[in-house]
Design a protein around this ligand. Structure first.
Ligand code: UDP
Ligand code: MN
Length: 275
C-alpha cells in the first residue's frame, strides 16, 4: 500500500472519507465494484447556448468518467437537434435526451433543475440505474472519476473555499430563506456542479431542495447562490457519506497552482460571460 495523504484532511469528523489522489487504489476499488454490474445515471442540463459545451463534456467523460461501468447520460435540453449525435460511446453506455422548456432567466434553470431531476428519478431513472450523478455541463474531465466516487450521498468540496474557515463560507445567512445556515453550523462548503449517490438518497435531496426553492420563491426570496445554497443547507442537515476533494470539481480559472491538488479530474471551463 502507498502511504496515505498526510497533507490534507482525508476523513470528516463524522467518519466519511474525503477522496484525494493517493487515498485509494484504483485497481482494487474497480475490482470491488466490477462484479455488481452497476449502472450510473448521469444528468446534465444543456439549455439554450449551453448545448455548445456538450461535445467536450461527453468526449472527455467517455475517456475518464466511470470507465468500465455502465453509464446512462440524460441530457436535459430544449434543443435536441443541437445534441452532438456523433460522439462515440463505449460499450454499456447510453444517452437519452429529455426535452425541457426553454427557461427565460438563468436563475430559472437553477430553480427547475432539482425539480426536473426529482421527477425524472420518479418517472424512470429509479428503474434504470443504481446510482446517479448530477453534473454541470460547462465542465471537462481531465482525469479519472470512477467507482471511488460512489456512495449513498456524495458531494464535492468547492475549489474556492476549502482553505477558508467556516465563517467565510458563502452559505445563505438570511433567516427568511429556507436555505439559511446559522453561523455555528456547517462543515464544508460544497459546489453544486457535481453531486450524486444512491437513487433514494439523491431523490430525497432533490425533493427537499425543490420544496425549499418553491417556498422561497413564493415569498419572493432567492438564496444567495440559488440551488447551491439549498444543496449546502441539505448537506448540513444530512451529512454526505462520502466527500470528493476539489480534484473532482476544480475550476480552470483557478489554474493548477495549489500544491495539494496532485491531479485535476473534473474542472469548469472558462465561459465567455458576455455571451
Ligand atoms: N445551464 C444551461 N443553460 C443556461 C444556464 C445554465 O443549461 O443558459 C445549466 C448548465 O448545465 C450549467 C448549469 O445550468 O452547467 C449551471 O449554470 P452555470 O454553469 O452557468 O453556473 P455556474 O457554474 O457558472 O455557477
Ligand atoms: Mn457551471
Amino acid at each position: 500500500m502507498e502511504p496515505v495523504r498526510t497533507d490534507v484532511l482525508t476523513v470528516t469528523p463524522w467518519l466519511a472519507p474525503i477522496v484525494w489522489e493517493g487515498t485509494f487504489d484504483p485497481l482494487v476499488i474497480d475490482e470491488a465494484f466490477r462484479t455488481h454490474n452497476l449502472t450510473i445515471a448521469t444528468t446534465v442540463f444543456a439549455v439554450g447556448k449551453y448545448t455548445r459545451f456538450l461535445r467536450d463534456f461527453l468526449e472527455s467523460a467517455e475517456k475518464h468518467f466511470m470507465v468500465g461501468l455502465d453509464v446512462h447520460y440524460y441530457v436535459f435540453t430544449d434543443l435536441p437537434g443541437d445534441v452532438p449525435s456523433n460522439v462515440t460511446l463505449g460499450v454499456g453506455r447510453l444517452l437519452s435526451i429529455v426535452k425541457v422548456m426553454k427557461f427565460d432567466r438563468w436563475q430559472e434553470i437553477s430553480l427547475r433543475r432539482m425539480e426536473l431531476i426529482q421527477t425524472a428519478i420518479e418517472d424512470h431513472i429509479h428503474r434504470e440505474a443504481h446510482y446517479i450523478f448530477c453534473l454541470d455541463v460547462d465542465m471537462r474531465f481531465h482525469g479519472r472519476v470512477g467507482s471511488e466516487a460512489l456512495g449513498r450521498l456524495v458531494a464535492a468540496i468547492h475549489p474556492w473555499f476549502y482553505m477558508y474557515p467556516r465563517s467565510q463560507y458563502p452559505y445563505e445567512r438570511r433567516t427568511v430563506s429556507t436555505a439559511s445556515v446559522p453561523e455555528d453550523q456547517g462543515d464544508f462548503y460544497y459546489q453544486a456542479n457535481i453531486f450524486g449517490g444512491a437513487l433514494e438518497d439523491v431523490h430525497r435531496l432533490t425533493k427537499t431542495c425543490r420544496e425549499h426553492l418553491e417556498v422561497d420563491k413564493s415569498v419572493g426570496v432567492e438564496a444567495v447562490w440559488q440551488e447551491e445554497s439549498h444543496l449546502n443547507w441539505y448537506l448540513v442537515k444530512n451529512k454526505p457519506t462520502k466527500l470528493l476533494s476539489p480534484e473532482y470539481v476544480w475550476d480552470d480559472a483557478r489554474g493548477g497552482k495549489a500544491k495539494e491538488i496532485k491531479l485535476v479530474r473534473f474542472s469548469s471551463v472558462i465561459k465567455n460571460k458576455a455571451e
